[in-house]
Design a protein around this ligand. Structure first.
Ligand code: ZN
Length: 131
């Protein structure tokens, strides 16, 4: 495996997570911070993604994590074909997962032009709260 680095960081729940860093600043990228870049419904997708990427030899460099057009975007510094494949798998999964609660959801327009991936329940709540 190329570029594999030590797993020496513990999350609050005591799971070993590989050491990651932000590409532009070189600052450590904490899993919690990465998850906070998007809705908490996608926490599980990101956790599984990071665990798999580590196994695939990813170097842990994170460029940006965000929601775009209702889907997760996970940008990294670089990686093998397998690494990119696994990321696009996670991005596809996010497009069927409510970004708010993690239940099955779909991308729809909420408000004037905002595309979000929500389950019927969270969608209804969002409509009612008129955000
Ligand atoms: Zn939901």
């Amino acid at each position: 495996m190329v570029g594999r680095i030590q797993t020496n960081r513990k999350t609050k729940i005591g799971v070993l997570v590989m050491e990651m860093k932000w590409e532009w600043t070189g600052e450590p990228a904490i899993l919690e911070d990465i998850k906070n870049c998007v809705g908490e419904g996608w926490n599980g997708i990101i956790e599984r993604l990071v665990a798999d990427l580590e196994k695939l030899g990813w170097d842990g460099t994170v460029a940006q994590v965000k929601e775009k057009f209702g889907g997760l975007r996970f940008y990294i510094g670089g990686g093998t074909h397998e690494v990119w494949e696994r990321i696009s798998e996670a991005e596809k999964e996010s497009m069927n997962t409510c970004q708010n609660c993690g239940k099955p959801g779909k991308i729809d327009k909420w408000g004037k032009w905002w595309l979000l991936c929500l389950c019927p329940e969270c969608g209804e709540n969002r409509r009612n709260s008129k955000l």
